[in-house]
Design a binder for this molecule. Structure first.
Ligand SMILES: NC(=O)c1ccc[n+]([C@@H]2O[C@H](COP(=O)([O-])OP(=O)(O)OC[C@H]3O[C@@H](n4cnc5c(N)ncnc54)[C@H](OP(=O)(O)O)[C@@H]3O)[C@@H](O)[C@H]2O)c1
Length: 316
């Protein structure tokens, strides 16, 4: 073991505030394991927090420098005195430190063993790092909306990190799935088995009606327009927190059952996601892998708003 580099922010701002700092390698407490992180997933919440936006930034403003990141995949290299779930050498993934602690953009991290899932041999470390936050958000949104067989489901932004998993989960529930995307993603969405609607061509409300469930991953005007596609008593789950109140208020006035959501880490769900990936039931799209010294480029890619699937950082 040598250095333990972290990607931290000492102040909020543009991508230039991301810096690499070295810290001592931590010792695992009794119920923890020490993980050598191979890949860390990058999520829009990391980018928003870095910029000083949203709840996690407000909570952490007096806690800087702060190590970003919630998604990790790596190898157990040391076990705490009472930790017995994983042998040394086991590959594990986790959705950790959410929302206040973070810490995922680290080369070495100690984590309570209860927050980790074993990675099946057939799943790559890259895919395991990409899936925790986005995959759990996708499943929890579909569950919160009670999507049922045969229902017509509209997912806004089906090509994104959460969206491409939500599309596959809704299809697995035998729903009829429609999703919005740009021209470059039409074939990608068709390959996942959903009907793709190019939102640049015309608003989705001019192309679709009688929708039972709206899963909104875009928010703002796109979500308000999509409400026009819904049938009476449709259900709406709006995932971006910044506009959730506005969307829920409008949807409720129109007679729909609308809720926002905040993803809640669940080891059982991560186990299920990794299992599904392992048997080929779920595909994880990774647009790019950036080395850790290019974290700024990784954040800039997310900020385009047009990432297909996920971005991960190579922490080795
Ligand atoms: N509340 C929670 O607990 C929670 C959890 C996770 C995520 N979130 C939020 O949910 C949102 C989605 O997260 P994510 O990780 O999936 O983001 P993401 O991966 O960055 O989403 C990128 C995708 O959005 C699509 N897109 C952009 N503008 C669009 C539009 N107007 N209509 C349709 N698609 C559009 C892009 O497709 P094209 O290139 O084809 O346009 C791209 O594939 C973010 O706001 C995130 O912060 C909230």
């Amino acid at each position: 073991m040598s250095e333990n580099k972290h990607i931290v922010i000492s102040k909020f701002g543009d991508t230039s505030v991301l810096e690499i700092q070295s810290k001592p390698i931590p010792e695992p407490a009794a119920n923890e394991v020490l993980i050598r992180v191979a890949f860390s997933g990058v999520n829009p919440i990391d980018v928003k927090t870095r910029a000083g936006l949203g709840w996690a930034a407000a909570q952490n403003k007096d806690n800087l420098p702060w190590t970003l990141g919630y998604d990790i995949a790596g190898e157990v290299i040391q076990c705490g005195a009472n930790s017995e779930r994983f042998p040394i050498g086991q590959q594990v993934a986790g959705f950790i430190g959410f929302p206040l602690e973070g810490g995922g953009y680290s080369q070495y991290i100690t984590v309570n063993e209860a927050q980790l899932s074993a990675i099946p041999e057939s799943v790559t470390l890259e895919a395991a790092a990409a899936i925790p936050l986005a995959g759990q958000t996708a499943i929890q949104a579909i569950n919160q909306a009670n999507v049922e067989e045969g229902e017509r489901v509209l997912i806004l932004a089906g090509a994104g990190g959460v969206g491409h998993i939500a599309v596959q989960v809704a299809i697995a529930k035998k729903a009829e799935v429609y999703t919005t995307c740009g021209e470059d993603n039409l074939d990608f969405i068709a390959g996942l088995g959903a009907h793709a609607i190019n939102y640049h061509f015309s608003p989705v409300s001019e192309r679709l009606s009688d929708v039972d469930v709206l899963i909104d991953l875009v928010g703002g005007d796109a979500a308000l327009d999509a409400l026009k596609c819904l049938k009476d008593e449709a259900r709406v789950v709006t995932v971006p927190t910044l506009t959730a109140e506005t969307i829920c208020e409008r949807a409720t006035k129109l007679g729909f059952r609308a809720t926002g959501m905040l993803v809640s880490p669940s080891t059982e769900l991560l186990d299920a996601l990794l299992y599904m990936i392992g048997i080929g039931m779920l595909k994880v799209e990774i647009e790019s892998i950036f080395p850790m010294h290019q974290a700024a480029e990784a954040h800039a890619q997310i900020e385009t708003g047009h990432t297909r699937g996920k971005i991960v950082l190579d922490m080795k």
